[in-house]
Design a protein around this ligand. Structure first.
Ligand SMILES: [Zn+2]
Length: 196
């Protein structure tokens, strides 16, 4: 039986690079893959863009309400692997559909995404993946202090912010992110508070 994977990691951990490499590996063996991402992620338009320069065109955008199981069953039953970038943005019910794709259609589903947002709360799809994925794998990256980075700190106009909407895409409206370890995160958070 094929499995549903959730490969999570902070921003800049190379998730998109690994997705592009994985697609390439399957295809070099003559297998078929489909690359999808939620429409919420505006970055790179219809490409998965890796920070080291690789890019790959996505096959489909996923919108809220789309039934992924029905879509794959009807049109793409012959693929070997479904790769999903920024999967934390999906709806919980769509994650359930991905599990069904793995279990019933015997197609490996590999999701890449974040475990939590900049306020340390789960995203709907990310939470559901942590609950039901067959395999969880952490993609690691380091904080500027050398420890493992697990938190994405949001910056607006280069200033750290700790309030705001859950979704603000990297590179849009002056928003950027910095991956950090919890120790550095709390240090910065307390400094910002003291200035208020
Ligand atoms: Zn640190």
């Amino acid at each position: 039986m094929a499995k549903l994977y959730f490969k999570y990691g902070a921003m800049n951990s190379g998730k998109s690079t690994i997705l592009i490499q994985t697609a390439h590996n399957y295809e070099s063996l003559g297998m078929k893959v489909l690359v999808m991402k939620p429409k919420t992620d505006k970055k790179g338009d219809n490409y998965v863009v890796s920070r080291i320069g690789a890019k790959r065109k996505i096959d489909y955008f996923i919108e809220d309400g789309d039934n992924l199981y029905e879509f794959i069953r009807k049109y793409h039953k012959n693929i070997n692997c479904l790769l999903i970038d920024e999967a934390h943005f999906l709806e919980a019910k769509q994650i359930d559909e991905l599990l069904l794709i793995a279990a019933e259609l015997d197609i490996a589903v590999i999701c890449y995404g974040l475990r939590c947002d900049f306020k340390l709360n789960a995203f709907e799809g990310g939470a559901r993946l942590l609950e039901i994925a067959d395999k969880l794998e952490e993609i690691k990256t380091i904080c500027k202090c050398g420890h493992k980075a697990t938190i994405n700190v949001r910056k607006v106009n280069d200033n750290y912010v700790f309030d705001g909407n859950q979704v603000a895409i990297d590179g849009f409206e002056n928003v950027t992110y910095e991956s950090m370890c919890p120790k550095c995160y709390f240090e910065i958070k307390n400094n910002v508070k003291n200035l208020d």
